[in-house]
Design a protein around this ligand. Structure first.
Ligand code: ADP
Ligand code: NA
Length: 335
């Protein structure tokens, strides 16, 4: 199994990012055995398809790398790198541009959504970025690509490109590319704002009290939990009792996700408690789980030398793994 997964470099990482995404990647890595391998790349090349701030992109890339390592992604077992340091991504994208059809890209719903009515004003990169995504995974002969609903169409496109390229330029016995299979990662928790149970916890929320950040210290976490919006009722002992109580449900969901159990099990233990009792218990669980991650994250985030070294080692491995495929693609095309 070769699993390849790209991650947008974002900053101000929060509890939602950890429980909803990062922890899943770490679990994926931990399930690999034998010759299986996970490759995780920070999609910094993708970021330039939209207006962006260069300094921010750089710091977000480093911050995301620090977070992944702090959360348990092991650069010795998995390959962790950023696209920009592995020129093969951009090179293969260009080689695949000859195979991808305008019509295929025109049908991408993400392109239609992002471009809206202003197609003429978009960068060529935004239009062509699904081809870069195809290159990202085909380059490593990925067998499996974790995809959410919104990315299924792009993986389908990668398969179409690989198939047409193999058909047009390779023999049946020795195809250049493996057709990657999608796999739907285990459903992760969806964490809501601490200030409004109808909104997702997000880095873009203006209120910092709405989210627990990965960099928050224990006191800050406890303060934010204490100030979280709730209602005056005690917790019910059955999940049905939370149907109309989104803020209460969110706190129970967070507890369950941190403790790696179900909301039902949390209610079995804490049903009947008021928030004066439950919130300190939640804060304690949060500090227990996130405290060590936070310490490592804050330390690593400031250690530019160590981060550069981790990403350089990852890029060297990625270049090694990608070279045979890239060479084969050039050769197949007569280049
Ligand atoms: P934000 O909403 O803070 O801008 P991103 O869109 O950058 O977060 O998301 C990065 C990753 O974290 C995605 O995989 C996304 O699904 C996950 N994620 C973000 N917010 C949450 C949340 N509140 N609950 C669960 N997962 C989340
Ligand atoms: Na977002």
């Amino acid at each position: 199994m070769i699993v390849v997964s790209g991650i947008q470099p974002t900053g101000n990482l929060h509890l939602g990012n950890y429980l909803g995404a990062i922890r899943n990647w770490v679990k994926m890595q931990d399930e690999m055995d034998g010759d299986s391998r996970c490759m995780f790349f920070l999609a910094d090349l993708h970021a330039i398809s939209m207006p962006h701030d260069p300094a921010e992109l750089k710091s977000n890339t480093l911050e995301m790398a620090a977070a992944l390592v702090a959360c348990g992604l092991d650069p010795a077992r998995s390959v962790l790198f950023n696209q920009a340091q592995v020129p093969a991504h951009a090179e293969l994208q260009w080689l695949l541009m000859g195979t991808a059809r305008m019509g295929w890209l025109n049908r991408m719903t993400q392109w239609k959504d992002k471009a809206g009515k202003n197609r003429e004003g978009q960068s060529v990169a935004l239009f062509g970025y699904p081809v870069l995504q195809a290159a990202d995974v085909l380059l490593y002969q990925a067998t499996h690509v974790p995809v959410g609903e919104d990315q299924k169409q792009h993986l389908e496109l990668a398969r179409d490109i690989a198939q047409k390229f193999n058909n047009d330029f390779a023999s049946e016995e020795s195809p250049v590319f493996t057709l990657p299979e999608p796999f739907i990662p285990p459903k992760a928790a969806r964490i809501m704002s601490l200030r409004d149970g109808s909104k997702k916890m997000s880095k873009s929320d203006v209120s910092e009290m709405s989210r627990i950040e990965l960099a928050d210290d224990a006191d800050t976490m406890a303060q934010k939990v204490k100030k979280a919006k709730t209602d005056p009722e005690p917790l019910p002992s059955e999940i049905e009792g939370l149907a109309e109580r989104p803020e209460a449900l969110n706190l129970v969901t967070i507890y369950a996700a941190l403790a790696e159990t179900t909301p039902e099990a949390v209610l079995a233990d804490h049903g009947g408690q008021g928030f004066g009792q439950f919130k300190p218990a939640l804060a304690e669980k949060m500090v227990e789980v996130l405290g060590p991650i936070r310490d490592r994250f804050v330390e690593l985030k400031e250690d530019r030398e160590e981060l550069d070294a981790i990403l350089a080692r990852g890029a060297a491995k990625a270049r090694e793994f990608s070279t045979p495929t890239l060479d084969a693609a050039y050769k197949a095309l007569g280049l």
